[in-house]
Design a protein around this ligand. Structure first.
Ligand SMILES: Cc1cc2nc3c(=O)[nH]c(=O)nc-3n(C[C@H](O)[C@H](O)[C@H](O)COP(=O)(O)OP(=O)(O)OC[C@H]3O[C@@H](n4cnc5c(N)ncnc54)[C@H](O)[C@@H]3O)c2cc1C
Ligand code: SF4
Length: 495
């Protein structure tokens, strides 16, 4: 720690966001470009270099946070980048997309605003790219063994990079036409611009990882054939089967899963489509589901020029501060968070009928009704209490020409037939069953990321990818020097 009193003399300052009226007119990241570098060394200097750094404990990757805070405070960007990349293959992704459980666990957060750990991570990662500190790192020699990785989300990419660097010959199979998983066609570019993904993919290709896009395993290549082609297979196919809302009127046109809507908007950004066929432009939009996927639909609908957007959350409005009994420090608490999308919705008054930030809390949908042509026109809801009992006299309806279901995901998309072709065991949650070493019941087949863990986060997917790579390397070579930051049953810190 360059300044032992940094946390006393400097207040928390976050990466400034661009003005709302500017950013809702484009799809670029919400942050001010270059806005971090002038403030970040002082921010990193707020770190107390704790004897027991809970930030480190709270991060599934075990990021060496106090080390790189100190190096940034001392302006040693090269060493900071080395320490950061020692535990995280893709810090520019987590530096933008992670909800930062490390900051909830930061010791400073006991009685002051936490160190801006996520911002420090993004600054180091971006600076490393600018300074040419992230060259491809191809292996010195090849092992002669090959691995097929199915799925190119963060779990598949992390596994592939680790295994390629360990000398195995790795092919990544992806059913979509471009690699990236949910970071390509799920998460909107205003949260992470695609340039960050593209340069990592280029780095990986230069290291020797082969990408076979537009190849659905189970359909274009049989799962058994894939296993015959490779010495080991990693299934990192995600958990994209959306939960349903079986209510009267669900069959009406204009009601879609969030993951039908978001990929089309992202394809406009990629230049594949001039306009999304599901565009919210001029329509009254209701998003059912209060989570991050719903917030991404909200930001997208605002940018598409919706007539109104309302987001329904079945849970009551959370408190602004943590509940010290139920979710004490250093756990990640459920508190009221104003995401950039909610900030935008509030400022452009996207939902005149809802709360200021477009959310209606404690709201449960009861049915949809439509017009004579069979298109949805209204969503009917009631208010509910904490135990989801209807509050009498609270029935109301909202205009709705486009309804987006963002209710979470139940497990891997099973329509590809991979589980049946291989005889894979599926656990009661619908995810691929695996043992303590990430191995499925089929010898040589491993499962990682959301496909094994269930719907989770980028940081957990990267940790899974690194850990499954170590397991596969051990299976192929008898031992491994690759790090294994988590086990398949590890979970976030709880009381
Ligand atoms: C809209 C949305 C927003 C999110 N925002 C955030 C966020 O801001 N921060 C965060 O931390 N997390 C976020 N998440 C969660 C995060 O994106 C996931 O936890 C993470 O991407 C999981 O990584 P994965 O590699 O396991 O799977 P995925 O990213 O889902 O990738 C799986 C890949 O496998 C491919 N695939 C599937 N089946 C086959 C097959 N048979 N053959 C070939 N390829 C196949 C898929 O096409 C896909 O590309 C978000 C999720 C969604 C849906
Ligand atoms: S817990 Fe916070 S203050 Fe302590 S080492 Fe980690 S980032 Fe620094």
């Amino acid at each position: 720690m360059a300044d032992p009193k940094g946390f006393l003399t400097t207040g928390r300052q976050e990466w400034p966001r661009r003005p709302v009226d500017e950013r809702v007119r484009d799809w670029d990241e919400v942050y001010v470009p270059g806005g971090l570098l002038p403030i970040i060394s002082e921010q990193a200097d707020r770190c107390m270099d704790c004897g027991v750094p809970f930030c480190h404990e709270a991060c599934p990757l075990g990021n060496l946070i106090p080390d790189w805070n100190d190096l940034v405070a001392r302006d040693d960007w090269r060493a900071a980048s080395e320490r950061l990349h020692a535990t995280n293959n893709f810090p520019e992704f987590t530096g933008r997309l992670c909800p930062a459980p490390c900051e909830s666990g930061c010791v400073l957060a006991i009685n002051q605003p936490a160190v801006t750990i996520k911002n420090v991570e993004a600054a180091i990662a971006d600076r490393a790219w600018e300074d040419g500190l992230v060259p491809p790192r191809p292996p010195d020699r090849l092992s002669g063994r090959s691995v097929g990785v199915v799925g190119s989300g963060p779990a598949g990419l992390a596994a592939a990079q680790q295994l390629t660097r360990a000398g195995h010959t790795v092919a990544v199979y992806e059913r979509e036409d471009r690699a990236g998983g949910l970071m390509r066609y799920g998460i909107p570019s205003f949260k992470m611009e695609r340039v960050h993904l593209e340069r990592r993919l280029r780095q990986m290709a230069e290291e020797g990882t082969v990408f076979r896009t537009s190849t659905a395993v189970g359909k274009d290549v049989g799962a058994k054939e894939l296993l015959a082609r490779h010495d080991a297979v990693v299934l990192a196919v995600g958990a994209t089967a959306g939960r349903e809302l079986a209510l009267p009127g669900r069959e009406l046109a204009g009601i879609h899963q969030a993951m039908e809507y978001l990929p089309l908007a992202n394809r406009v950004g990629e230049g594949d489509l001039a306009r999304s066929p599901l565009s919210a432009s001029g329509r009254h939009v209701v998003i059912v589901g209060g989570g991050d996927t719903g917030a991404d639909c909200l930001g997208t609908a605002v940018r598409e020029g919706a007539a109104s957007v309302t987001q329904l959350d079945i849970y009551p409005r959370p408190a602004r501060g943590r509940d010290e009994e139920a979710e004490p420090w250093p756990t990640y608490p459920k508190i009221y968070r104003l995401t950039p999308a909610h900030e935008e919705a509030r400022e452009v008054r996207a939902a005149p009928v809802a709360d200021a930030d477009a959310r209606l809390f404690a709201s449960s949908t009861v049915r949809f009704s439509g017009d004579a042509a069979g298109h949805v026109r209204e969503l009917h809801l009631v208010e509910v209490d904490e135990r989801r009992r209807t509050r009498e006299g609270t029935r109301r309806s909202l205009p709705a020409d486009l309804v987006l279901l963002a209710l979470g995901f139940s497990g891997p998309d099973r329509t590809d037939g991979v589980a049946e072709q291989l005889g894979l065991e599926v656990d009661i949650r619908g995810t691929y069953a695996r043992d303590a070493g990430f191995a499925t019941n089929v010898p040589g087949v491993f499962a990682a990321g959301d496909a094994g863990r269930g719907q989770s986060l980028i940081v957990w997917a990267i940790a899974e990818g690194r850990a499954v790579a170590a397991a596969v390397d051990r299976w192929l070579s008898g031992s491994t020097r690759l790090p294994s930051p988590i086990g398949p049953y590890d979970s976030p810190m709880r009381v």
